[in-house]
Design a protein around this ligand. Structure first.
Ligand code: LCS
Length: 394
């Protein structure tokens, strides 16, 4: 059905066949670790892969499979593998495809732990890496070595909202035989489908928009081929990191309203960005939906909407940023993003406080940068809250 229906129809129906036994309309939660075999032959067949069916939840589970089918369908992928967290998904991609003495090129300001996993742990097994500003494809070309096997890209980037051209990356990856992996957490498949632009693999922190309710940590890998699926699934079966059935069910429930939530949050973000641009206490706004956004042409070509996350710079630097954080009432002061509630965060004093000031500045994470992950509240309430918080700077 995925080729014939719209996004919301797929989000509601993909992976959601009524249950065969009692006709339950919602996919049952198969909260079981093992699955019984009818016979020794059947068990042997399942292990050999000659018989379809479940064996043990680490190796696959029907509730998780429903979610995997739905996300694969929304991303226009071949198949998907759900994991216990976004980091478990990303680590499994590295674990599966990186060999000793191979090399990875990645986006410099990816979500911190995605870079740490390669630089701190895989380096122990001889994997080298170069993280560059991938918004300029020439930086990628310059970083590639004969032993490079993977190009790992996050777009839009967290928290700078800088974009990388996925189609240009696919061309480079094709020329050099690299696996192109894209973290699509910020955009969601509603707004950006990297596999259609030539990426090989998509990863998500489903903790964010796909689940959408700030109550679950989960991740997923979407593949474009059966060979990738088998390799990733086998690796995950061996080293763990599988999703729990109840967790999978919660994410699948949230996924069914993905389009509604992201469109509403985006509508709010567009209004907020415009409001901030006019505000005397705000120095700059970075959001793909504003007319002065530096990568507007790329945003329009690559994404079907500007999304629900923006960052802005307030007057009075670090102190100004802290003041706004303290003054907001409706927006919650918390990390993470992609839930129905608006969250506000100050990277310089929170998520990126551990970085040297020069590194922060060169990555564009200035002291006055405030990250706003816009939720689904009423627009006027959010504007009123931000307005009273910004007043404290005037
Ligand atoms: N990819 C991106 C783009 C993320 O923003 C995150 C988490 C992850 C992967 C990892 O996913 P997890 O394992 O947490 O499910 N981002 C966070 C953030 O911005 N604040 O808190 C977590």
């Amino acid at each position: 059905m995925s080729d014939h229906h719209g996004f919301d129809t797929e989000a509601v129906h993909a992976g959601s066949e009524p249950d065969q036994r009692f006709g339950a309309v919602s996919v049952p939660i198969y909260q079981s670790s093992p699955f019984a075999f009818d016979s020794v032959d059947q068990g042997a067949g399942r292990f050999a892969g000659t018989e379809h069916g479940y064996i043990y939840t680490r190796m696959g589970n029907p509730t998780a499979a429903a979610l995997e089918e739905a996300v694969a369908s929304l991303e226009h992928g071949h198949a998907a593998i759900a994991t216990s967290s976004g980091m478990a998904a990303i680590s499994n991609v590295f674990f599966t495809f990186l060999e000793a003495n191979s090399h990875v090129v990645g986006t410099d300001s990816v979500y911190g732990p995605s870079r740490v996993v390669v630089e701190k742990y895989f380096s122990r097994f001889g994997v080298a890496s170069t993280f560059v500003d991938t918004s300029d494809p020439d930086n990628i070309r310059r970083a590639i070595r004969p032993e490079t096997v993977m190009l790992y890209v996050e777009t839009p980037e967290n928290p700078t909202i800088r974009l990388t051209d996925i189609a240009a990356c696919a061309t480079i990856a094709g020329e050099h035989g690299l696996l192109l992996v894209v973290d699509n957490t910020f955009a969601t498949p509603l707004l950006q489908r990297p596999l259609e632009l030539g990426a090989d693999i998509v990863v998500h922190s489903m903790t964010k928009f796909l689940n959408g309710h700030a109550d679950v940590v989960a991740g997923i890998i979407v593949t474009s081929t059966e060979e990738q699926r088998v390799r990733l699934r086998t690796a995950l079966n061996h080293h763990g990191g599988c999703i729990d059935p109840h967790q999978a069910w919660l994410v699948h429930r949230g996924l069914r309203t993905l389009g509604l939530r992201v469109r509403k949050a985006q509508e709010n973000a567009i209004a907020i960005a415009e409001f901030l641009r006019q505000h005397p206490a705000v120095e700059w706004v970075r959001y793909p939906g504003t007319p002065d956004y530096a990568q507007r042409e790329l945003a329009e070509r690559q994404m079907e909407g500007p999304g629900a996350i923006l960052c802005f710079g307030v007057k009075r630097g670090l102190e100004g940023g802290r003041k706004v954080m303290e003054a907001v009432g409706l927006a919650t002061l918390a990390v993470s993003l992609g839930g129905v509630e608006t969250l506000i965060e100050h990277p310089a004093s929170m998520t990126h406080a551990g970085m040297a000031i020069e590194d922060r500045e060169s990555a564009g994470i200035t002291d006055n940068l405030v990250r706003l992950a816009v939720g689904c509240e009423n627009t006027e309430d959010l504007l009123e809250d931000l307005s009273q918080a910004l007043e404290t700077l005037i």
